[in-house]
Write a protein that binds this ligand. Sequence first.
Ligand code: KG4
Ligand code: ZN
Length: 351
Amino acid sequence: MLALGIESSCDETAAALVRDDGTILADCVLSQFEDHRAYGGVVPEIAARAHLDHIDRLIEAALTQANVTLDQVDLIAATGGPGLIGGVIVGVTTGKALALAAGKPFLAVNHLEGHALSARLAPGLEFPYLLLLVSGGHCQLLAVEGVGRYHRLGATIDDAAGEAFDKVAKLMGLGYPGGPAVEKAAKGGDPARFALPRPMKGRPGCDFSFSGLKNAVRLAWTALESPTDQDRADLAAAFQTAVAESMADRVKNALTEFQARYPGPAKLVLAGGVAANQALRERLSTLAAKKGAELVAPPMKLCTDNAAMIAWAGLERWKIDQTADSLDFAPRPRWPLDPSAVKLPGAGVKA
Ligand code: KG4
Ligand code: ZN
């Protein structure tokens, strides 16, 4: 089986060709960083137009790179949500049109399911596992029991983790995307100079919160008369440490819940752009070792938004029930992976 995957839910336009044995024949990603840089964040209208400008060329490039024609593709999987609706519409419409023209099944894939299953592209990762999904739009902990079987243990009650990095970077004039810029600035910084809160730390449950921390950074920053590079480095380091520490605390509770629910060796799998953060990885790796769990950190290319994970999730679903989605499928700005999870207040629950 060969799947064409299409991703357009945020600021990456992507197309990929993946076989059901996990071989990635092509994985093309076009980031729109330059289009959004001046605004310090993703502008939905600009993103949608950029997807429209590039998506057909990118699919063509992926087919050429994989050395296959559309005829040789067995199914077409496009991100059907959740995400910025203008972009999702572009990807879904393109996927449907290709499926109709080529007479192939069309699958609308939940972007979060793509992230949740992406680590299985490398052979050997069996269900169940605990997934920490931390990106610009999402921040949640999921017990992944099987394809289509997700149990949300916790999520952010306000901002997503990446969003907090991006906003803090914008505040300190560090540029966009914020995560890598904050990490770079933090390298020469003293994390102990500014006393910042560790949101949710010590509380029961696995939910996250970042808005109070973000506000504390803003207050510390505005209290500085004329901030120097060292001030910037110290505050970036303090913020990064606070994020990593509160996140590790949430993951600790989630691992405890996970280990009680699923006996046997536990695996903690990372996904999302924030998983690139070295300080966070180090803390999680120490935590996993302490809890007797294995930390699985897939290659960054699979952690950040890509279409290989969408093609793969389509294949995983197809293997189970060979059911295509209707061409009437309506793109979904919100699409929780675990509909039974408690509805949390705030903008961070973008699933
Ligand atoms: O998964 P992703 O590429 O796209 C989505 O948001 O879906 O994640 C992008 C997010 C951005 O908010 C970016 O600032 C953050 O991941 N990020 C990082 C790092 N690299 C990317 N955050 C912290 N440290 C990093 N090294
Ligand atoms: Zn994503």
